[in-house]
Design a protein around this ligand. Structure first.
Ligand SMILES: [Zn+2]
Length: 143
């Protein structure tokens, strides 16, 4: 379902955020608010994958949903298990094998700071590793 959202994030992190918001919404308006950027995202499809990405990549982000001109706090949902959102960096992991149909799957060990555990090979992913994996191009992982 599409809705209008207002997001507040540190100005230095805005470029990467806009990069993937723009794929999910109809219109973006950005204003600077001191150290932060205010982003108005109209017609944004806040699906489970986008919500999980926001929660993983921007733990400090403020997200509001706009309804009848009012802003209501929106907590991006982070499921206990993440499937098919990012790849395992371990080249020996079963999910890294090109002929294996297994989708990458991670358990959220901690939310702040973020720590994920691959359910197949037991490799841990911290914030830096997650960011690197998320911005890799991989056809296997749907956006
Ligand atoms: Zn793995």
């Amino acid at each position: 379902m599409k809705n209008n959202f207002f997001l507040k994030v540190e100005f230095s992190r805005i470029a990467e955020l806009i990069d993937f918001l723009v794929q999910h919404c109809e219109e973006l308006r950005i204003t600077r608010e001191g150290e932060n950027a205010g982003i108005e995202a109209r017609g944004l499809e806040m699906d489970a994958a986008l919500s999980a990405r926001l929660a993983i990549l921007y733990p400090e982000i403020e997200v509001n949903i706009i309804e009848d001109g009012k802003r209501e706090r929106f907590e991006p949902d982070l499921p206990v298990t993440l499937r098919g959102i990012l790849n395992c960096p371990n080249p020996n992991c079963v999910t890294s094998q090109p002929r294996e149909p297994a989708l990458p799957e991670f358990v959220v060990v901690s939310r702040r700071p973020i720590l994920l555990l691959c359910t197949y090979c037991g490799r841990y992913l911290n914030q830096n590793r997650i960011t690197a994996e998320l911005f890799k191009v991989n056809k296997k992982v749907p956006l």
